[in-house]
Write a protein that binds this ligand. Structure first.
Ligand SMILES: C[S@@+](CC[C@H](N)C(=O)[O-])C[C@H]1O[C@@H](n2cnc3c(N)ncnc32)[C@H](O)[C@@H]1O
Length: 225
């Protein structure tokens, strides 16, 4: 993928990035933090913790800016909830890009700024215990070549949109996501396209259509029963 990315400001005042080659942003233009907080935290991690006592193991497709990881870390600290996140990425961002992102300030947690940096500086391929409750393992690997050994409870499926990067949304990848989940686990994503929902059902998921973040009508939670 072309490394040409640059910073943009979204409508909630938080940054995102634009990938020029794909002509695609990393988050919703209506608000990066708002989108991530709704789709991945409220409907994903928060939903899991409302219904389970066990600590979730999360797989993320697309580490990108580290925003989902950062909001998960904050959730883990605020709720004293143990969280393990494994995140795949093929294009780790250069320091001059991630150092310019305003997420600690945008979420009103400036004191967590050093933890945002540590999400990025932690070693690829190694588990890092970043706080008492939150650990992260980043894998520099494409989803197509990744085979988890221990099942996950939640998948943050945060790939670029199907019309921009169709190889991320194939039946093969969705089947791999299904196989990577423990029974009762689920995948959350901002995408609610018709063909995608049909493919999820074909892979074995039960599809829940949920209200989307500001500016988007719908999102999806796909459950492995
Ligand atoms: C929508 S953006 C990521 C958003 C990210 N979760 C964030 O909060 O910034 C999609 C990400 O998927 C990554 N990606 C592209 N191809 C990939 C692949 N084959 N496997 C894993 N990640 C990939 C991109 O480099 C990009 O960082």
């Amino acid at each position: 993928m072309n490394a040409n990315v640059y910073l943009i400001l979204t409508e909630d005042g938080s940054h995102s990035l634009k990938n020029e080659a794909l002509n695609e942003t990393y988050h919703s233009f209506h608000g990066a933090v708002q989108e991530s907080a709704h789709v991945f935290i409220a409907m994903g991690l928060g939903h899991w913790c409302d219904h389970h006592d066990s600590s979730p193991r999360i797989l993320e497709i697309g580490f990108g800016t580290g925003l989902n990881a950062f909001l998960s870390l904050i959730f883990a600290e605020e709720h004293q909830q143990e969280v393990y996140l494994e995140s795949l990425e093929t294009f780790p961002l250069p320091a001059e890009i991630y150092e310019a992102l305003n997420y600690a300030e945008a979420v009103g947690n400036a004191e967590f700024g050093h933890l945002f940096d540590q999400l990025h500086t932690s070693q690829w391929g190694e588990k890092a215990e970043l706080t008492a409750h939150f650990s992260l393992k980043k894998e520099e690997a494409p989803v197509h070549e990744y085979s988890p050994t221990t099942p996950f409870n939640i998948i943050y499926f945060d790939a670029f949109a199907p019309n921009k990067q169709p190889e991320m949304w194939t039946m093969d990848v969705l089947q791999k996501m299904y196989d990577s989940l423990a029974p009762g686990g689920f995948l959350v994503t901002y995408c609610a396209q018709g063909q995608f929902k049909r493919n999820l059902k074909q892979a074995g998921f039960t599809v829940e259509e949920l209200p989307g973040p500001p500016g988007k009508k719908e999102m999806v939670r796909a459950v492995k029963s």
